[in-house]
Design a protein around this ligand. Structure first.
Ligand code: ZN
Length: 291
């Protein structure tokens, strides 16, 4: 081998090694295209935050518009380790619903973002997968609320109102309820989030559900006077599901409290582990932070 070909072989080796190092190990799909919220502005942010971890390549599946023919909407969930839902709208075709349930049963990761918890009130398996939901006429038969009693979240059927609601946007403090879970491990016990909707009165089957963190919703600010679960996990079959109820618009997605819990929750849902370090700009008990 001449020195020239040796050098070019070495150059190729370097290029290939760098490519191998740089290639994110996991594949994520964001499902969107309909939402009572502005999915067009939040989806690029959700995509970039996943890519910023260095862990994910991200595709986006965009459904037809509301009211249009959905029969061709068939994202190939099984090609991915994580499905992020930013979808709330028309029912998916039966085949797509089945494929989604199979994907989760077989160990697929799911991240339910903000108003995606209002999707599909009539779809039984979806509600089991997401654990707790809101809006869409989720009455008592949707399942109980979860209420903090003696330090534990327990099913509670005493409140008869339909699931889902919030007062005006407000800053609120998030309190970690399970400090040993990989998503919350190492986070401060209490941390502030920017002014945002504080979702409350969520209802659902709430099976195999672990509340990771909650926030107190004061009655004088339109809340329930209860600690509302905002970050929680569910297991369904072999699948791992993480719900992050924060983040009304891109403005709220700039909150480091959202960014970090979203990124860690995504990794956990995809892999069952969290390798990300808690960043230096993480909010404190009395001060929110943004990027
Ligand atoms: Zn919202």
């Amino acid at each position: 081998m001449s020195w020239k070909s040796a050098l070019s072989a070495m150059g190729l080796w370097v290029v290939m090694s760098v490519a191998a190092l740089a290639a994110p190990p996991h594949k994520a799909l964001i499902v969107t295209g309909q939402n009572g919220h502005d999915w067009k502005s939040t989806t690029p942010v959700l995509k970039k935050l996943l890519e910023d971890t260095g862990l994910f390549t991200v595709d986006v599946a965009t459904s037809p518009e509301k009211g249009k023919d959905m029969s061709g909407f068939k994202p190939k969930f099984s090609d991915y380790e994580l499905v992020v839902s930013n979808y709330q709208g028309d029912a998916w075709p039966e085949e797509t619903k089945k494929a989604f349930v199979e994907y989760v049963k077989n160990g697929g990761g799911v991240l339910i973002y903000h108003f995606a918890l209002a999707a599909f009130p009539e779809w039984k398996e979806y509600n089991e997968i997401i654990g707790l939901g809101g809006w869409g006429n989720r009455k008592e038969d949707a399942g109980p609320m979860l209420r903090l009693r003696d330090g534990k979240f327990v099913p509670d059927t005493s409140d008869k109102r339909a699931g889902g609601g919030h007062g005006p946007s407000q800053e609120f403090q998030i309190v970690v309820r399970d400090p040993e879970h990989p998503i919350t491990k190492g986070l401060p016990e209490k941390f502030m989030h920017v002014s945002d909707e504080l979702y409350g009165w969520l209802r659902g089957p709430a099976k195999n559900l672990t509340v990771l963190a909650s926030a107190f919703a004061p009655k004088e600010k339109g809340g329930s006077g209860e600690d509302e679960p905002l970050l929680f996990t569910i297991t369904y079959g072999k699948g791992r599901i993480f719900q992050n109820a924060l983040g009304h618009t891109p403005k709220e997605l700039a909150s480091v409290a959202f960014i970090v819990t979203y990124q860690r929750g995504a990794e956990w849902a995809a892999t069952g582990k969290v390798t990300q370090k808690v960043p230096a700009d993480f909010p404190t008990a009395d001060k929110a932070s943004t990027r």
